[in-house]
Design a protein around this ligand. Sequence first.
Ligand code: HEC
Ligand code: HEC
Ligand code: HEC
Ligand code: HEC
Ligand code: HEC
Ligand code: HEC
Ligand code: HEC
Length: 405
Amino acid sequence: MKKKLYLIIGALLIGFLGLKLYQHFSGPKEISDLEVIAYHYNGKGYVGSSTCMECHRGIYETHLNTAHYNTSIFATLENIKGSFKEGENLVSLLDAEIRMVSKKGEPVQHAQIKYGNRRTFDWTMDITIGSGLKGQSYLSNQPDGLFQLQASYFVPADTWINSPNYTNRLNPLRPVNDQCLKCHVTFAKNPDDAINSNQYDISKIVLGVDCEKCHGPAEKHVRFQKNWNGVSKDSSLVKLSSLTRQQSLDLCASCHSGLRNNQTQNPFKFLPGDTLVNFSKNYNSLRPSTNLDVHGNQYGLLTSSKCFAESTQMDCITCHDPHKNQRNDHLYFNNKCVGCHNTNKKHCTIPASKMKENGSNCIQCHMPVIPSKNMQVQLSKLENSTPVGVRTHNIAIYPESAAQE
Ligand code: HEC
Ligand code: HEC
Ligand code: HEC
Ligand code: HEC
Ligand code: HEC
Ligand code: HEC
Ligand code: HEC
């Protein structure tokens, strides 16, 4: 009886080892259903976040709700936030009117000159830029390339506006090149290495700030994991948790350090782990930090604060979980402050009663919302520009008046 049992166990063991050996030497099988959207300059393939769902479901699902994922998308009548209803679909300029209309079921900006020949233009709205938290801008794929359209949508006022930095007349369409796209899409390639061209095959643009923007093109990782033989190790992705502080900061700073100049390499060549100054220099590097604008320069502001300068570890991930939408989760952020400002660091010196009155909301007083100098919108042709408020990352002591939410 016992002997029989040993025989069965032995046979099972041999069978198992045989299977493992077979898998080990049989090499990877081809996966035919894996669609590569685009190839990076280094030859590696982008496969998009839907392929990650199968094995990273938790991260995949929270990622779908982030401003990153939603920052660019193919435009449809359904996902454009502004209204197409007659009377609500208008931007009126001094010399022309732009109406948002549906033509053959597709969203279109229809412009008409007010005087003289009263010429009209129809431009398709093909790609939406902006998660729609503050606003959306629209790109049009024309026969001669990709262009930004003049009418944008401004969420806080729920209205169509003349795009920021446009004059109050019908402007020529603005060509969209890598310098504009680099912060709002994961990957795009145009045939011009000098980054001045607006020629793109838009079916090969990897939209959104997707997994592979931060983790690098992942085709190899997916193929490897789908064929995993239980033995060999997958080292195809850069391990982000073991980057140096500067490498980790550079990944976020590639889009969150404001205007950059001296662009010496195509911005889409930058990959996680790379050093950003090898690609471009910071436009503001020689300016005093008090002149930094709050829009889009979290890196410059954070690095000029004492919290950053006097701690060795702090980077963006200290406070942000890159896989989640944490907007307005003030409890989470305040816990991060308290986590550091505990026993051995300085404590807040305001009276306890005042702290309680403000709900112990550290960021309300030390990271107030400040009007942007660079991001201003004109809500109607009669009004002056209204600045958009952005929370500053220069963590510091501000006068009480700054802390109004
Ligand atoms: C077939 C399953 C599978 C698919 C599909 C898959 N992964 Fe993974 N991934 C894994 C497994 C298993 C690990 C853990 C590997 C290890 O620890 O050695 C992993 C690890 C990772 C890591 C951590 C790497 C590290 O060393 O820190 C990242 C990042 C990652 N995957 C990203 C992605 C992305 C992005 C996609 C989609 C483009 C994706 N994965 C698709 C199975 C998969
Ligand atoms: C490819 C450029 C790019 C990279 C890389 C990038 N971001 Fe962003 N990030 C953006 C853009 C664009 C937005 C604004 C999206 C929108 O609202 O349309 C944004 C928004 C955010 C927001 C605001 C989220 C919200 O709810 O409104 C946070 C926080 C943030 N990024 C943190 C990070 C961190 C941390 C990293 C590095 C791990 C990083 N980003 C890397 C482009 C990028
Ligand atoms: C804005 C940048 C960013 C985006 C977008 C992003 N990640 Fe990450 N991811 C990171 C960073 C940074 C880390 C390392 C965090 C750390 O150091 O603890 C990380 C860690 C990971 C890990 C390993 C550690 C863990 O938390 O399990 C996996 C797996 C992973 N990401 C998968 C994904 C997948 C899948 C997507 C898309 C659905 C995605 N990531 C999108 C920045 C990003
Ligand atoms: C250097 C990176 C960078 C470049 C280049 C850039 N943006 Fe942005 N953009 C951001 C960041 C970061 C945010 C949001 C956070 C902030 O305001 O600091 C943002 C916000 C936006 C928003 C508002 C999104 C929302 O809902 O809150 C729109 C619309 C937008 N950008 C359009 C554009 C267009 C169109 C271009 C090209 C002409 C462009 N951006 C170029 C980084 C960039
Ligand atoms: C990684 C640790 C760390 C985190 C997280 C952190 N700080 Fe700090 N902070 C410091 C250090 C170190 C200093 C320098 C003074 C000291 O040693 O306490 C400092 C200084 C300050 C100062 C004094 C600034 C000045 O100009 O005098 C304020 C205010 C402050 N922190 C508020 C905050 C708030 C609010 C948060 C959360 C949003 C926060 N800190 C998160 C480490 C941190
Ligand atoms: C000490 C904590 C802390 C660190 C470190 C930090 N952030 Fe933030 N960040 C916050 C808080 C708090 C908010 C406001 C969240 C809210 O209001 O919902 C925020 C908001 C943002 C926003 C949205 C701004 C807006 O008003 O639209 C962006 C973008 C952002 N962070 C990027 C970054 C980047 C990039 C880094 C690294 C250079 C970074 N953050 C480091 C605490 C931090
Ligand atoms: C109502 C606004 C308000 C709130 C809420 C608030 N602070 Fe302060 N904090 C201040 C002011 C004002 C000062 C400067 C007080 C002074 O000059 O004596 C200060 C000073 C500080 C300092 C510097 C202390 C020193 O010795 O230099 C730190 C660190 C700090 N706060 C951290 C925090 C943290 C962490 C929280 C959240 C738990 C917080 N603060 C909440 C207004 C606030």
